[in-house]
Design a protein around this ligand. Structure first.
Ligand SMILES: *[C@@H]1O[C@H](CO)[C@@H](O)[C@H](O)[C@H]1NC(C)=O
Length: 317
């Protein structure tokens, strides 16, 4: 019958097209090909993201938060002086967290960083002294760096990723921003409005201001500042980050700040790690505070940033 014949012809054509159209076999085969030939088109997912979040942290708050999580936690600060340090460069798809861990087979190789290792120890500080010095670098590279590396040429090796972090700290240090305009100094409280103004005046973009909410004292501490870059590495506003929304300022009907801080309360920018136990008085207030901190209760309930919780989970899982 002509009708059935037509069907058969159509089917044969379809089969032929499928075979010719897919000469490389399954996606797994093609993945293997691409590792042999760098120019091959990869069909396994290239990570999708919109922003690079460059996060600087105030290590004194990070130290405090780390100690608050567990009584066995020991924290350390940069030596010889405390300044804003790097947390990481995080490729981020708007309204979501991540991507993360884009190359599951990647291995962190600290020896690739020997030329900049001293600078990293000073400026990309692991305050969590229970863990090896390079554990923060390893975590940032495997979780975030491997994703950036697949898309952004300037970040596609360990030395480039970490070198970019250091270069941005020179160019865009939060400490310099605070010092320049309104002289925001450690040791005092500031309003979210004042902090945001100082940052906006310096960068010309809306950054994201992250507070650590201390469940015990009900104080909020300035913890991190996130600076956003587009994929061409140009500064851009930090809109669309999960957990850091635009909030209205009470003083204005139009102005907003991207933050998780409580806009109605002062933000404490600590000059020293707040002390909790009497024994802390015995420790020299020098470079490396190695304080064993006795917790009477707090430190567990959802006050940390997502990042630090993930971090803690990854390390202690
Ligand atoms: C900062 O504000 C808190 C809460 O109002 C207050 O308890 C604390 O004493 C203030 N600290 C300084 C240094 O002014």
């Amino acid at each position: 019958m002509p009708f059935n014949l037509l069907k058969v012809v159509f089917l044969i054509a379809l089969i032929v097209q499928l075979c010719v159209g897919a000469p490389n076999g399954s996606p797994y085969d093609r993945r293997a090909d691409s590792s042999e030939n760098a120019n091959a088109i990869r069909v396994d997912a290239v990570p999708e993201f919109d922003l690079l979040i460059y996060t600087q942290r105030w290590p004194i708050t990070a130290c405090y938060e780390w100690r608050e999580h567990n009584k066995d936690h020991i924290c350390g600060l940069p030596d010889p002086e405390t300044s804003w340090t790097i947390h990481g460069i995080w490729p981020t798809k708007l309204k979501t967290v991540g991507p993360a861990f884009c190359d599951k087979s990647a291995v962190f190789d600290v020896s690739q960083l020997s030329a900049i290792e001293q600078q990293l120890e000073q400026h990309w500080v692991n305050v969590e002294k229970n863990k090896p010095t390079d554990s923060l670098w390893e975590h940032e590279w495997l979780k975030h760096g491997t994703c950036a590396a697949e898309v952004i040429e300037q970040l596609n090796t360990e030395p480039k990723y970490f070198g970019q972090g250091l270069a941005w700290l020179e160019q865009y240090s939060v400490g310099a921003a605070f010092a320049s305009s309104s002289a925001i100094k450690p040791g005092y409280n500031y309003s979210l409005t004042a902090m945001n103004k100082a940052l906006y005046d310096y960068y010309g973009k809306d950054l994201a201001i992250e507070c650590y909410h201390d469940s015990k004292t009900h104080l909020q501490f300035l913890n991190e500042v996130r600076i956003c870059f587009d994929k061409q590495l140009q500064l851009t506003d930090c809109d669309g980050i999960v957990g850091l929304e635009r909030i209205a300022l009470p003083s204005s009907r139009v102005a907003t700040v991207i933050s998780n801080c409580n806009v109605g309360k002062p933000i404490f920018y600590p000059a020293t790690v707040p002390e909790e136990s009497q024994s802390a008085n015995d420790v020299a207030p020098a470079k490396l505070y190695q304080m064993l901190y006795e917790v009477s209760g707090g430190a567990q309930n959802g006050e940390g940033t997502k990042e630090s919780y993930e971090f803690v989970e990854v390390i202690f899982a």
